[in-house]
Design a protein around this ligand. Structure first.
Ligand code: SF4
Length: 284
């Protein structure tokens, strides 16, 4: 059976997640300390388990008293508030900051414009760790909105920022509303292109294949979005977490001449490679 496997560009880890995982592994290999991550480093069970096997364990915010001087604590790519950084330092543990540089840049903007007297508006999900972290950099005074529709009575000076994974249409709607309500508006489209690039390459590949496979966590919002996009183009789209979920009927189906593969932002290369190898295993 001859079969073509097309892997979408930008599948899997984005720059910020890869950087956080690499920093953690490298730090753990070079240092003989106990290493913890503040919460699971990424939303992928395989990766968290693999890190645990290497001796890196997630710790919850309410468990910080477990940290001892000499331990190491890693801040995830989502970033945290300055108060959390201070609390981590007070434990005596070494703090390694793996906040994605794109997120750090938003945090700096939030602080700068807050200090200059601007009211900060963040377009995003108020419960998302990245948004909670950014809000901390303006003293937790930000208004967090989905699309600006509920905003009223804003200050005269407003600075609009965005969660990195937000939709551009929500940012634009918010900016439009804020511009009508405030006199001095500064805005930064801080949406990260990693998400849209991953989505557009998955969109392209899923149009030309007999089967599209999306690899990622079933609860990961960016993976679910990839699945939706691919399903619109290819009715034969599967969402799997890893190669173990790939069934034999798919592997041996000779009608599947072209198979596309993409993966969510928290899926490491080795999980993608295992899926590709399994697809090739009966490709004789
Ligand atoms: S999606 Fe963008 S901002 Fe978020 S971690 Fe990845 S590279 Fe950084």
């Amino acid at each position: 059976m001859s079969r073509q496997i097309i892997v979408a560009e930008n599948a899997g880890f984005c720059f910020g997640v890869k950087r956080a995982v690499d920093m953690t592994v490298e730090y753990n290999n070079k240092n003989n300390t106990r290493v913890y991550t503040l919460g699971p480093l990424i939303h992928n069970q395989d990766v968290v388990k693999s890190l645990e096997e290497q001796g890196v364990f997630p710790i919850k915010g309410e468990e910080l008293s477990k940290l001892q001087p000499g331990d190491t604590i890693i801040i995830r790519s989502h970033g945290v508030t300055p108060e959390i950084i201070e609390r981590l330092k007070q434990t005596g543990a070494k703090v390694v900051d793996a906040t994605c540089p794109y997120v750090s840049s938003i945090q700096r903007k939030a602080r700068k414009y807050y200090e200059e007297g601007y009211q900060i508006v963040i377009v995003g999900d108020p419960d998302h760790p990245e948004v909670i972290g950014i809000n901390g950099w303006c003293n937790n005074t930000a208004l967090v909105t989905k699309d600006g529709s509920e905003l009223n009575n804003l200050h005269e000076k407003v600075c609009v920022l965005s969660q990195t994974t937000e939709k551009i249409s929500n940012f634009e709607k918010t900016l439009d509303r804020v511009s009508r309500l405030a006199g001095d508006v500064v805005s930064f489209n801080t949406i990260c292109s990693a998400t849209s690039e991953r989505q557009s390459s998955a969109d392209e590949v899923s149009r030309i294949v007999d089967l599209m496979i999306v690899i990622g966590g079933k609860h990961s919002s960016n993976t679910k979005k990839l699945y939706e996009i691919c399903s619109e183009n290819c009715s034969n789209t599967l969402l799997i977490e890893n190669a173990k979920e790939l069934t034999d009927d798919v592997i041996i189906d000779s009608r599947l001449k072209r198979i596309g593969v993409t993966a969510g932002a928290s899926t490491p290369d080795w999980v993608i490679e295992e899926v590709i190898n399994k697809l090739k295993s009966d490709n004789k």
